[in-house]
Design a protein around this ligand. Structure first.
Ligand code: ADP
Ligand code: MG
Length: 292
């Protein structure tokens, strides 16, 4: 009967690196029409590194990295870690930041040595009336290379751009192609900017890219996909993915991700490889063929 099949399913899942927290999920898997993926830490490794520093005339890289590294010490974001690591690699002694604030979907602000510093995207610069328009072409070039470009401003003046790239997991493209071949639609939901998201989407073969989504907005995007396509699975690793994992018909967490995402999900990909999802779909179909 069904319970036995589900137990067998759990055992087989574990073998493939899939941990099933909710038995019903295995049943739902075979009905999934669409799988939505978070980007950072899900499609990509979540270990971004600084690739480019573009300085405004007269600005020293050391000076730039001092301010950028100092302010990003206060942030938990993977982008922040990349910048702090770069500053450490360059053996820069970081300073102290006061009045630190992380602004969701935009970046960070704070005071360093009494001066007001911002690091973040266009939205953050616009919000603070910092002129960056003459660097728009440079930003676009970096973003088309699938990099996330951030700007640093101090006392209302732009000092430069730091770009970060997050390598794509080895099996992401292959897993997405296999899912598409099985007739499952794939989508990516990310807070990153449209151009970077599109460049990564293209590299891994995801056709439906939903970018510049604020953390709270991921749930709404899942609901929208459910209204359009029916049964939807969501894959994510971050704290801000948890509500979307709960909303999805099947929530899939990355085993190397945050506990909050794992607790919100129905299944966990233990090794974080997206190709395990293919095994889960096949398993679901095989088990429920046997039951009927
Ligand atoms: P995601 O998790 O998909 O990367 P987020 O909502 O966390 O999306 O971030 C969206 C954007 O906000 C980033 O691409 C970046 O431009 C900006 N941002 C967020 N956190 C930081 C930070 N600590 N420093 C600089 N920029 C940041
Ligand atoms: Mg993530």
């Amino acid at each position: 009967g069904t319970p036995t099949a589900l137990m067998v399913g759990s055992g087989m899942g574990a073998e493939k690196g899939i941990l099933i927290r909710n038995g019903e999920a295995i049943q739902t898997f075979k009905e999934v029409t669409t799988i939505a993926f978070d980007k950072t830490g899900t499609i990509t490794k979540g270990k971004p590194e600084v690739t480019d520093l573009v300085m405004i005339d007269g600005v020293e890289e050391k000076e730039f990295l001092y301010y950028a590294g100092t302010i990003e010490k206060g942030s938990e974001h993977p982008l922040a870690h990349a910048i702090v690591e770069k500053a450490k690699d360059e053996e820069i002694n970081l300073g102290e930041v006061i009045d630190f604030n992380a602004i969701v979907g935009m970046g960070v602000v704070g005071k360093i040595d009494g001066e007001e510093v911002f690091v973040g995207n266009r939205k953050l610069m616009k919000k603070n009336n910092i002129a960056y328009e003459s660097y728009e072409e440079e930003l676009i070039r970096l973003e088309e290379e699938a990099k996330t470009a951030m700007m640093l401003a101090k006392e209302g003046q732009l000092l430069g751009i730091v770009a970060v790239a997050d390598p794509i997991k080895e099996d992401s493209a292959q897993a997405i192609a296999a899912l598409e071949n099985m007739g499952i639609k794939t989508a990516m939901i990310t807070g990153d900017n449209k151009r970077t998201a599109a460049a990564i989407g293209k590299k891994v073969g995801i056709s439906h890219v939903i970018a510049e989504v604020l953390p709270d907005g991921k749930v709404e995007e899942v609901i929208r996909l459910q209204e359009k396509y029916g049964t939807v699975a969501m894959v994510g690793d971050g704290i801000n993915d948890a509500p979307a994992l709960k909303q999805a018909n099947v929530g899939i967490a990355i085993g190397t991700g945050t506990d909050i995402a794992i607790e919100a999900a129905d299944v966990t990909l233990v090794r974080g490889e997206l190709s395990a999802i293919i095994s889960a779909v096949k398993l679901s179909k095989a088990i429920f063929r046997k039951i009927r």
